[in-house]
Design a protein around this ligand. Structure first.
Ligand code: SF4
Ligand code: SF4
Ligand code: SF4
Length: 329
């Protein structure tokens, strides 16, 4: 791992050059939100680094909502995704454990993973519902991405973390060496500022290692209470960077379509003959918590939450899972 420096203007000029080889996505801010958009040199001033978090979870680049999995997998242009927060990088690691399983790897997912360069973004600030630290996830990336970006005024520090990252760095215009110790100390200052903000924001949340036990002990009353505000829209699971469920739908001519699913939808667990163990809404509501905090740790030894807070922001019923946890603690 090493650091390099580049002026913002040169970074964007370099990205323009790289467009001949790569599809490039960057975090762009408008009046409503921050989200990934294809890089265009003329919108460089709207690109925002080091702030949480693009509205779209990283998983959408690898798990499209719907795709025909019997069509041919034509080679596509490699891509660089820039500005990924660490909560989403860690969520991708959780998806890898499922979709890159050595016996049942998903070839579509694998080819997208192999075809994608990740440029992380250290969070300098936090949003209202960010709680990554509560799940042991840091608001910066030291691994699992190819580079990380740290912007300061019109300069950018790049933390180069992989061989692929080094190859990209070599193609950048007017990149310069920086003293690793000085860059490290700048990064550490930013990291502790973000950590302090999160610690203050999330005071009162239970220790993440205890969440499974808390959920298992909870009686029906709490699920019925919170589910009373749920309309089964599925937004909390659709927007979650770790949710992984999908349906395979048979189509004419032996085609199959893979469609992302959500346990909050009615009928999620319905089987032939019409039986449905999750028919009642509060049971579907509880299923999401059991999946993330009990069953996932039992199978993979990791929780299926990285504390991004998107499920809280997206919920039409204003259901806040952290309030539920605090009520149970
Ligand atoms: S459960 Fe909520 S906070 Fe946790 S990773 Fe999913 S969307 Fe983010
Ligand atoms: S069962 Fe529900 S909570 Fe678990 S991965 Fe599927 S949609 Fe997400
Ligand atoms: S986003 Fe809220 S209302 Fe929609 S399914 Fe999830 S908990 Fe229910």
């Amino acid at each position: 791992m090493f650091y390099a420096g580049i002026r913002k203007e040169d970074w964007h000029r370099s990205l323009e050059k790289l467009l001949t080889t790569y599809d490039i996505f960057v975090p762009v801010k408008d009046e409503f939100s921050l989200d990934y958009e294809p890089f265009r040199p003329d919108q460089a001033e709207r690109i925002v680094y080091n702030t949480p978090k693009p509205a779209t979870p990283l998983k959408n680049f690898f798990l499209p909502v719907r795709e025909n999995v019997t069509s041919s997998r034509a080679g596509s242009k490699p891509r660089i995704i820039i500005g990924v927060p660490n909560c989403d990088i860690e969520a991708l690691m959780l998806l890898d454990e499922i979709y890159l399983d050595e016996v049942f790897a998903d070839p579509w997912y694998r080819s997208r993973r192999n075809n994608t360069i990740l440029v992380a973004s250290d969070c300098y600030t936090v949003n209202d519902h960010c709680h990554c630290l509560s799940y042991g996830v840091k608001p910066w990336s030291m691994a699992h991405a190819d580079m990380a970006i740290l912007a300061e005024g019109d300069q950018i520090f790049l933390r180069v973390m992989s061989e692929t990252g080094r190859e990209i760095a070599e193609q950048l215009t007017d990149i310069y060496s920086v003293d690793d110790a000085a860059a490290d100390s700048y990064a550490e200052k930013r990291h502790s500022e973000a950590e302090e903000l999160l610690t203050a924001l999330n005071a009162g949340l239970p220790d993440y290692t205890a969440t499974g036990e808390i959920i298992q002990k909870a009686g029906d009353q709490i699920w019925e209470k919170y589910a009373a505000k749920c309309v089964s829209c599925g937004a909390c699971t659709t927007i979650c960077p770790t949710c992984s469920c999908f349906l395979l739908i048979d189509k004419p001519d032996f085609e199959k379509v893979k469609q992302m699913d959500a346990c909050q939808y009615p009928g999620f667990e319905r089987v032939a003959g019409g039986e449905d163990a999750l028919f009642e809404l509060h049971r579907r509501f509880r299923n999401r918590y059991m999946c993330k905090y009990v069953w996932r740790p039992q199978k993979f030894n990791s929780l299926a939450c990285t504390g991004c807070g998107r499920c809280i922001e997206a919920c039409i019923g204003k259901i806040n899972k952290n309030e539920l946890f605090m009520e149970l603690t």
